[in-house]
Ligand binder design. Structure first.
Ligand code: BGC
Length: 429
């Protein structure tokens, strides 16, 4: 028996990328940090990853894995990449603008680079894809970094001025804006764990950064709306799913509450009233057994050893529903070099999203992470997130099988459950 799960009419289907991860040739705080840390990261990989991961991805032991360099050369090949996305029936696409290209020196804006992104947007529109434009996907121009980067007291001013400039130049061509990508991931990665540039561990800064990012978003929101009152503006929010390892165990429950508050809720409440839509970027399910996060061993995982837990996306969307705003899933995906799990991953997550829609959540789009294999920050190139694989030696693009499966969903605006099941087993470890 066939079962067709239909999505609402006009649903947006696509994939996401970010400038630093795919464009190549960027010069920002990450590119400089990579050069200084590549050797250390290659060394760390010898003990940090599981033996099965090191065996499967020996490139993680080489320093060059950790230098973004040419990345996927998307800066030069965006037309070709959008042709592929179109052939996969995508009707929307999320990408980010690289601030360091637009404002290479403080207060000096580069018209040529604006023109580049105008061409990117037009290339999408020409192919019938709605652009979702992210203004900041974690990278800062070097002059800003010298002033203290995101922590600098001028960050809010500089970010909102840059946002205003982009909106003035490109506003006529863009409806959907995402100001900041996952502020809470940066807060955790850079200031709490201290693994990412600027590698600080400081709880006072952690606390401060929520307000800085919220303010930066709000100011950019106002600037964009002053230019185009019809613009749709939001920020990309990482949402985790949480559960206590032991039900009703006080300290496990406290950890869950804290996790939900700090990761899922705080940025939303600080920016309340300044979001035209909400976003879901879902990758993680956490089980807390005080005082730490624990893993259940038999569950399926990605190449990064991240647990695959599709039901979590339903849970986070159900919670977002309370805000009564349109919702877009702007990232969801996995590292899966052999492409053995991506199809079923997509199907299972979409089933959960569909269920949330049935229960009244106003979800209007899904963007898989990612269109292309890309540079996965401090992990480098070995994790393969792309619907489309990249041979980094030749820059050849290869459409993965799962991308074709997803293409059918995009075309039909529905998932056919029997079709999916026939073509794939279940998710194994
Ligand atoms: C980020 C992406 C990243 C992805 C996979 C998201 O948190 O926005 O830049 O590649 O996760 O780790």
């Amino acid at each position: 028996m066939e079962k067709e799960l239909k999505f609402p009419e006009g649903f947006l289907w696509g994939a996401s990328t970010s400038a630093h991860q795919v464009e190549g040739g960027t010069k920002n705080q990450w590119s400089e940090w990579e050069k200084e840390n590549a050797g250390r990261l290659a060394e760390k990989a010898k003990t940090y990853w599981q033996p099965w991961q090191r065996e499967k991805f020996p490139e993680m032991l080489k320093p060059e894995n950790y230098i973004s360099g040419r990345a996927a050369d998307h800066y030069n090949r965006f037309e070709e990449d959008f042709d592929i996305a179109k052939s996969l029936n995508h009707n929307a696409h999320r990408f980010s603008i690289e601030w360091s290209r637009i404002e290479p020196e403080e207060g000096k804006f580069d018209e040529k680079e604006i023109e580049h992104y105008r061409c990117v947007i037009r290339a999408l529109r020409k192919r019938g894809m709605e652009p979702f434009v992210t203004l900041w996907h974690w990278t800062n121009p070097l002059w800003l970094e010298e002033k203290g980067g995101c922590e600098s007291k001028d960050f809010i001013f500089h970010f909102s001025r840059y946002s205003e400039y982009i909106a003035e130049k490109l506003g006529k061509e863009v409806k959907f804006w995402i100001t900041l990508n996952e502020p809470t991931t940066v807060i955790a990665g850079a200031y709490l764990i201290g693994a990412w540039p600027p590698q600080k561990r400081n709880l006072l800064v952690v606390w401060k950064m929520y307000r800085v990012f919220a303010r930066a978003h709000i100011e950019a929101y106002k600037k964009i709306h002053a230019i185009d009152s019809k613009a749709q503006v939001g920020f990309a929010n990482m949402l985790h799913s949480f559960e206590p390892y032991r039900r009703r165990w006080f300290l496990d429950e406290v950890m869950v509450w804290m996790g939900k508050y700090l990761t899922n809720r705080k940025m939303l409440s600080l920016t309340k009233g300044y979001n035209d839509f909400l976003t879901v970027q879902y990758y993680f399910h956490n089980r807390f057994k005080f005082p730490r996060k624990v893993r259940v061993d038999h569950l399926p995982v990605s190449d990064l050893n991240w647990e695959i837990y599709p039901h979590g996306i339903y849970r986070v969307i159900r919670k977002l529903k309370e805000h009564n705003l349109p919702i877009y899933v702007t990232e969801n995906g996995l590292a899966d070099a052999s492409d053995s799990k991506r199809e079923i991953f997509i199907r299972e997550h979409l089933k959960e999203i569909h269920q949330a829609i049935q229960e009244g959540a106003d979800v209007r789009g899904y963007f898989h992470w990612s269109l292309l294999d890309n540079f996965e920050w401090d992990k480098g190139f070995w994790p393969r997130f792309g619907l489309v694989g990249i041979d980094y030696a030749t820059m050849e693009r290869k459409v993965r099988e799962s991308a074709l499966f997803y293409a059918q969903i995009c075309r039909k605006n529905s998932i056919n459950l029997i079709e999916g099941k026939k073509s794939r087993k279940t998710l194994d470890r």
